[in-house]
Design a protein around this ligand. Structure first.
Ligand code: CMC
Length: 430
């Protein structure tokens, strides 16, 4: 017999079904709650609310586990490429040779942005943040796609849109960087892999040609894979909510980019490095940093620490920390920010405040140090997160549209405002 939750309200009893996921997540199904009891639930910040069932990513926050479609993130980061992982997330299985070759061919054929779109770059102010540029340009992509709305997510139109988004987002990101440093754009090269192409578009110039660097390509692949999905996080939930109105994929993804920009979410990778730089430049001691981070009256925050779901070490941070050690040793890199980061982590892991609240380094603590080593400027860190997260957003948009129980997202509220009153003409006010 399946479990039920008994709810007692105003001398009446109600039974709520319990749903158990494949990894034993337990949920009380309240979909009939309001109809049967008149009650709604109140859950600020959705700390206890499951908005959907999903088979894309699994997180066990207490044990630091993250899997995409069942595959541990550590194995994917070590062995897979980003396009392979994107395919896995969106289509549900790792591609075979033919499927991957076809997917890569579509990425290559859709790497360019329409030449007319380059005029958009001309009008962008020099100090514009790359995340603002990225979201504006992704929204604009819909204008250049005559079939911008694919009703069927298992159609060729949808596959084409997926390839356009994943490939063009990389081109747009590199073009925004070139624009910010006043250099001519470097066009995508059909002979290069996804990550090699990106690095070439970013760093090749007439003065200094870009030499292919397999180690940096591997690091970039791992970083993008690490970012590729994280179930119902703020930006993915945004993509789902916007997409639930049947808004097109470009518009939905664009909303996700904007949600990711915030420093409590993807913007934390920029904020984390800026915090390390601030510590370095101000000469603050680690003791002072810790005191300030714990002081509720101080606006100073230790970005890159804490997570809504992980109450143990974030497995993504573990992969990236190991990768930092490997790359820095192999390339003999010495970054004083890494020494500060190591010291901060050690102190935090042994500090009662952090222990009691289960605050560990999250993905954004070490990713910035790796991006710096690759040569990515700080204000583009969150753009890198967005390029990585794109397959996850698309996979969730598709999963939602394929769901036979598809419904527009529309939360409720508990109204706490004034009761009805009559309009007061202007001359009778006050
Ligand atoms: N430094 C100091 N104290 C912290 C931190 C931190 N980085 N994070 C949380 N706390 C404290 C917080 O003040 C609260 O203390 P108290 O119980 O005394 O009021 C307690 O820990 C619980 O924190 P919360 O903010 O209620 O937890 P949340 O689940 O609502 O928020 C979070 C999670 C990620 C927004 C938060 O930990 C935070 O702001 N961290 C810094 C920003 C950051 O690194 N974000 C990136 C997250 S990983 C990338 C992604 O997937 O988005």
């Amino acid at each position: 017999m399946s479990d039920k939750v008994e709810l007692k309200y105003k001398n009446k009893s109600y039974e709520l079904p319990v749903m158990i996921g494949t990894e034993n997540d337990i949920a009380m199904d309240i979909s009939r709650l309001r109809a049967e009891t008149g009650l709604i639930t109140l859950d600020v910040g959705y700390q206890n609310t499951g908005s959907t069932t999903s088979s894309i990513a699994y997180i066990d926050g207490n044990n630091g586990v993250l899997r995409y479609r069942g595959y541990p993130i550590e194995q994917l980061a070590e062995n897979a490429t980003f396009p392979e992982t994107a395919y896995l997330l969106i289509y549900g299985e790792l591609p075979n040779y033919e499927q991957l070759a076809n997917f890569r061919r579509m990425l290559t054929q859709n790497a360019l942005v329409h030449e007319d779109m380059l005029h958009f770059f001309v009008g962008i102010p020099p100090m514009a943040h790359p995340m603002g540029i990225l979201s504006s340009m992704v929204n604009a992509l819909a204008l250049y796609d005559p079939k911008y709305y694919a009703e069927e997510s298992d159609s060729e139109d949808f596959d084409l849109m997926v390839a356009r988004l994943i490939s063009k987002v990389r081109t747009i990101a590199a073009f925004s960087y070139k624009k910010s440093i006043g250099e001519p754009f470097v066009y995508p090269d059909a002979k290069k892999s996804y990550c090699s192409n990106f690095l070439n578009m970013m760093f090749h110039s007439h003065a200094k040609p870009y030499d292919e660097d397999p180690l940096l390509e591997k690091v970039l692949n791992a970083l993008l894979i690490i970012h590729a999905d994280h179930e119902q996080n703020c930006s993915t939930s945004t993509v789902r909510l916007v997409g639930s109105s049947k808004a097109n994929l470009y518009a939905s993804v664009c909303a996700g980019i904007n949600a990711l920009w915030g420093p409590l979410h993807g913007g934390a990778n920029q904020a984390a490095i800026e915090t390390l730089l601030q510590i370095q430049e101000s000469g603050m001691s680690i003791d002072q940093v810790m005191d300030r981070a714990k002081d509720k009256n101080d606006s100073f925050k230790l970005f890159g620490f804490g997570h809504r779901i992980y109450k143990s070490y974030d497995p993504r941070a573990k992969v990236l920390k190991n990768l930092v050690a490997k790359v820095f040793a192999e390339r003999n890199i010495n970054d004083p920010l890494l020494d500060i980061a190591y010291e901060l982590e050690q102190r935090a892991l042994n500090d009662d405040y952090f222990i009691e609240r289960k605050l560990y380094p999250n993905v954004d603590f070490y990713s910035g140090i790796l991006y710096r080593a690759i040569g990515i400027p700080v204000n583009m860190f969150t753009v890198m997160f967005a390029i990585g997260r794109l397959p996850g957003w698309i996979a969730h948009w598709k999963e939602m549209h394929d769901d036979p129980n598809f419904k527009i997202g529309r939360p409720r509220q508990v109204y706490t405002g004034l009761l009805e009153r009559s309009y007061v003409p202007m001359d009778e006010r006050y």
